[in-house]
Design a protein around this ligand. Structure first.
Ligand SMILES: Cc1cc2nc3c(=O)[nH]c(=O)nc-3n(C[C@H](O)[C@H](O)[C@H](O)COP(=O)(O)OP(=O)(O)OC[C@H]3O[C@@H](n4cnc5c(N)ncnc54)[C@H](O)[C@@H]3O)c2cc1C
Length: 448
């Protein structure tokens, strides 16, 4: 009888979703190959917060210890006005009695990417392979790259981000057949932009907060919420920062043009001018730095290569698969990054799919895959939507303007009891699949 290893999976994209998918397929004994368009992977210089929801998976994959080493547990989020007045705080510490009992972990995104990349055997990932076409026969699927090389497998997983070529190729076919839902034809929505960076290692005597074992995120809110600055102390005496907010001047762009897509989780090319970054950062020049000095000290202490401007897009797609092709991560649900959910949801997509793929004992027919992919969508889409809605609501809470918004912000940030916040984040955390083919995570074993 065939084993799952007779299955061959082509993964398009070597971002966080593509790498995590590779690591999980490897553990499942399923053959895969990752095709990445960039000739050199250069992830966005920013922090990433991984939600408690994926910690058990990291434990099962044997990654947790190392990830604890490169990260800090998230303690909470303190919101301050630009002149340093405390507006409120959200406690993010885990409730030991809750179902998960884990804490979110905050780390440098380049560190995480580098760590995951090192887990992929070099012959399993090819860079400089921009996928431009996908075609199918009844038993196989073939991917064509811009250099005319072709790769064949039983299924293709599109992990190629917000401007996914896999999605665009799939959608064009569905559109030609008149079966693409109207909502999927609309471009991604965005109304916020930001500049992100990670400082070089700073002097812990000047910034004693760097010695804290956990990470307290500070959000400094400018007047009228036009601009905010987020500051996150990281491992290695560094600080991540993000300056940005709603931008009324953003002009919607055409989805069909993905020429400016970066390998960093967001569009960053066409509208990127160093002057724009400087302009955005100027907005926070007079913000009071909670750690002494000025916030410009942190921006100035950031190597230029670790500063990027990004647009924060948002969209939940309805169509996640067709034939032998399926989407994961930002390719099917692009979430605004205010609740630390995008990457975590992408990782959950991967776990859900791999759990089902491992059940195949023979190469699947297109009809087998249709059943599997529909179960995947039924399992994942609702949770991803809750995560997306929560992220949008959190962004609205922070950025919305006007009297009503001020009142709501004051009430939620000052008076919302911790138990209520935990209940809300608990809802986001409730769907937490584990990898069924691996021993249960330690936290489960401890409960038995
Ligand atoms: C500023 C910012 C902060 C964020 N903070 C957080 C956070 O704290 N917590 C969190 O969970 N999430 C966060 N996110 C969201 C998170 O980064 C994304 O959800 C996650 O990176 C999605 O991963 P992905 O692999 O699906 O897509 P991507 O990271 O975009 O990777 C896609 C990859 O596919 C490649 N690719 C694209 N087209 C092709 C092609 N045609 N052929 C081959 N390869 C291709 C790209 O080069 C890229 O390497 C943040 C996002 C931003 C922008």
């Amino acid at each position: 009888m065939s084993k799952p290893k007779d299955l061959r999976v082509i993964i398009v994209g070597g971002g966080l979703a593509g790498l995590m998918m590779g690591i999980m397929l490897d553990k499942a004994g399923i053959d895969y190959h990752i095709l990445e368009q960039a000739s050199r992977l250069r992830p966005l210089g920013t922090s990433i917060s991984l939600h408690p929801v994926i910690i058990d998976l990291m434990d099962q994959l044997g990654l947790l210890q190392d990830m604890n080493r490169i990260s800090k547990p998230l303690r909470g989020i303190t919101v301050l006005s630009a002149n340093g007045r405390k507006m409120g705080r959200i406690d993010a510490r885990s409730n030991k009695r809750s179902k998960h009992g884990h804490q979110a972990m905050v780390m440098s995104r380049p560190d995480l990417h580098e760590y995951l990349l090192a887990k992929i055997p070099p012959h399993k990932l090819t860079t400089g392979k921009r996928v431009i076409d996908i075609s199918e026969t009844p038993s196989e699927v073939t991917v064509t790259c811009i250099d005319e090389t072709v790769y064949t497998g039983h299924l293709v997983i599109g992990a190629d981000g917000a401007y996914s070529a896999t999605r665009q190729i799939m959608y064009q076919r569905l559109k030609d057949h008149g079966v693409l839902p109207e909502s999927d034809k609309k471009p991604l929505h965005f109304d916020k932009q930001c500049v992100v960076g990670i400082t070089c290692p700073l002097d812990p005597n000047k910034y004693p907060v760097l010695q804290d074992e956990s990470c307290e995120v500070k959000v400094l809110l400018g007047k009228d919420q036009h601009t905010s600055m987020w500051i996150l102390p990281l491992q290695g005496n560094r600080m991540a920062w993000c300056v940005g907010g709603p931008d009324p001047h953003l002009i919607p762009q055409d989805e069909s043009d993905n020429s400016s897509q970066g390998s960093n989780g967001s569009r960053s090319g066409r509208d990127w001018y160093p002057e724009t970054a400087v302009e955005i950062c100027e907005d926070v020049r007079n913000f009071k730095c909670p750690y002494g000095g000025t916030v410009m000290d942190l921006i100035d202490a950031t190597p230029k290569g670790l500063v990027s401007k990004v647009l924060l897009e948002e969209k939940m797609y309805r169509t996640w698969y067709n034939g032998r092709v399926v989407l994961v991560g930002d390719a099917c649900h692009k979430i605004v990054p205010f609740f630390g959910q995008g990457a975590s949801q992408a990782i959950l997509d991967c776990a859900c799919l791999v759990n089902m793929l491992v059940e195949f004992t023979a190469p699947p027919t297109t009809s087998d895959l249709a059943t599997l992919f529909q179960t995947y969508v039924d399992t994942r889409s609702e949770t991803a939507k809750v995560a997306s809605d929560s992220s949008r609501e959190f962004a609205d809470l922070i950025y919305e303007q006007g009297f009503k918004a001020d009142l709501a912000r004051n009430i939620v940030l000052r008076f919302t009891p911790t138990w209520l916040l935990r209940m809300v984040t608990g809802t986001v955390n409730s769907n937490r699949p584990c990898l069924n083919f691996l021993p249960p995570p330690k936290s489960y074993q401890q409960k038995i």
